[in-house]
Ligand binder design. Structure first.
Ligand SMILES: [Zn+2]
Ligand SMILES: [Zn+2]
Length: 222
């Protein structure tokens, strides 16, 4: 775990990150990592100097099981309010099966089986998250209901989820095999490039700073 800006922690869980954000008088959890990793995140919460019950909100970037895996267990342990986009919420709650649009997803699905979890608040588009200083942006493409989040702190911190990733220090598109609509994903990166932020954090790949928005603008122009 590392603190990427004041009060924002990047928590590695296998090949994916969750993030913890000190905000709203307690802690916000952004994504929950792989299935059966609730203990790992509980340890991370305590390492920030907080209790599990200080986690008042869990923001979900999207429906994939490397992000929703430990949600049900962490919601039970924290009592937090869960926020997700309307288009991805039915998969998170188990009302709809996870769409498997590639061989890779069909092969890995049995390993990534995830306990359904209630979603307490559904967002339809850009707007407030209920946490002061954190705004949601609808960035469809990787999934229909993918959300990115912008934290108004330290020059702006973008949480891009899987809307983009970082490999060897360079921005990249989300993997084709797990992305529902590549053209929409490109358009979402162009939208994110218009926002103001100094740091960008990702589901996959280390956070970029201090010129993260410029890196997005360059990437979107390619
Ligand atoms: Zn994903
Ligand atoms: Zn992912």
């Amino acid at each position: 775990m590392r603190e990427i800006v004041d009060g924002v922690w990047e928590v590695g869980i296998g090949f994916v990150h969750a993030h913890l954000i000190a905000a709203g008088g307690g802690l916000v959890m952004l994504d929950t990592g792989l299935p059966r990793r609730a203990d790992r995140l509980a340890d991370a919460v305590r390492a920030t100097g907080h209790q599990l019950t200080d986690v008042h909100t869990i923001l979900m970037s999207h429906r994939h099981p490397d992000h929703t895996g430990s949600l049900a267990e962490l919601r039970r342990r924290t009592g937090a309010r869960v926020v997700a986009h309307a288009a991805d919420a039915p998969v998170i709650t188990g009302a709809c099966p996870l769409p498997l649009h590639s061989l890779v997803m069909r092969l890995t699905a049995p390993l990534m089986r995830t306990e359904p979890a209630p979603v307490d608040e559904v967002l339809d588009g850009d707007g407030p998250t209920g946490v002061p200083g954190i705004t949601a942006y609808h960035t469809p493409g990787h999934t229909e209901g993918h959300l990115s989040f912008l934290l108004d702190r330290s020059g702006g911190v973008l949480f891009a989820g899987d809307a983009a990733g970082v490999l060897f220090g360079r921005l990249r598109m989300p993997p084709k095999a797990t992305t529902a609509n590549a053209a929409a994903a490109r358009a979402s990166i162009a939208r994110l490039a218009e926002l103001k932020f100094r740091t960008a954090a990702f589901g996959h790949g280390a956070a970029l700073s201090p010129d993260a928005a410029a890196r997005f603008r360059d990437f979107a122009a390619r």
